[in-house]
Design a protein around this ligand. Structure first.
Ligand code: GAR
Length: 222
């Protein structure tokens, strides 16, 4: 029988505002059947680790610079996740591209938040502020965020949730990034994590079906 409470690890590389959104959602009781059990950073000293500390969540560093290549780093990361008995891995602003060993260890159990409406503005080279620079350069009127399962293809796994955000006339990459975080990322990431922990995400090929809640009270219907 599967565990009732899923143990979540959040992987970070920077400021950790998405981690904070998860911590805040957990405090409000919105991560149903899940607990953030670990925060793992790809470099020491990032502010996300400070957020973890304040929330009394154990923080770890598996630094890219300590390994000869990304495969070696990925293998060390998988070992760490397994030793912590993690059920769900969340990439929340994690800026290292992991190799296939990670997906093989956690099939359909890794969620990533991407700051655009996939399949637009995604793939290698599209991360952080660059995504918003590209969206503005292209002149799109709508952008947004996507939470998807991680597959072996960069940003190519099945989509769980998306939310659109309007581009405004005087947007800079920074203003667009902030609005997409506030209106989309910080909303859909905790929601997707909670759905996963409730066992309500069913992957059918490229499509993710969201199942109705079982035996849950009305206030859990989100
Ligand atoms: C977020 O906008 C996240 O979507 C993006 O980096 C930012 C991290 O911010 N991730 C990617 O671009 C991954 N391809 P945060 O550290 O404040 O959560």
């Amino acid at each position: 029988m599967s565990k009732v409470v899923k143990r979540i690890a959040v992987l970070v590389s920077g400021g950790g505002t998405n981690l904070q959104a998860l911590i805040d959602a957990q405090r409000r009781g919105e991560i149903i059947n899940g607990e953030i059990a670990a925060v793992i950073a790809s470099k020491p000293g990032v502010y996300a680790l400070e957020r973890a500390k304040r929330a009394k969540i154990p923080g770890y560093v598996v630094a890219r610079k300590d390994f000869p290549d990304s495969r070696a780093m990925t293998v060390a990361l998988v070992d760490k996740l397994k030793s912590l008995d993690i059920d769900l891995v969340v990439l929340a602003g994690f800026m290292v591209i992991l190799t296939k060993e990670m997906v093989q260890a956690y099939p359909n159990a890794i969620l990533n938040v991407h700051p655009a409406l996939i399949p637009s503005f995604c793939g290698e080279g599209y991360y952080g502020l660059h995504v918003h620079e590209k969206a503005l350069e292209y002149g799109v009127k709508l952008s947004g965020a996507t939470v998807h399962f991680v597959s072996e293809e960069c940003d190519g796994g099945p989509i769980v949730l998306q939310k659109a955000v309007a581009v405004e006339e005087n947007d800079t990459p920074e203003t667009l990034q902030r609005r997409i975080m506030e209106q989309a990322e910080w909303v859909i990431l905790p929601r997707a994590v909670s759905l996963f922990c409730q066992g309500r995400l069913k992957v059918e090929g490229r499509t993710v079906r969201i199942l109705k809640p079982l035996n849950l009270s009305k206030e859990c219907l989100q």
